[in-house]
Design a protein around this ligand. Sequence first.
Ligand SMILES: [Zn+2]
Length: 96
Amino acid sequence: MTIERALELLPQMRDSEWITAVGQVTAIYTDEAKEVFNTAISALEKRVPMKPLPQEMDIDGRAITPCGFCGEELPHNSLYDFCPYCGQAIDRRKDG
Ligand SMILES: [Zn+2]
């Protein structure tokens, strides 16, 4: 299964409900279990590459590239596939 497909299914699973014998609609998962889903969803979302924010100039006039998720300065070394501060996967492709 791809990460994208898991990210489609996990929120549906988290929010699934059942109808009791007396017709009440009830959440299947407890609030704590829903937090487990939310934690897994957040972790998986960081695996989907995100474009950095547009380049900025720092106070010394140096071009920096901020992480698209946390805004911290990304290393210029394109061997980094993940933000070293928040773990967000980085999409360094130049197109679109
Ligand atoms: Zn980051």
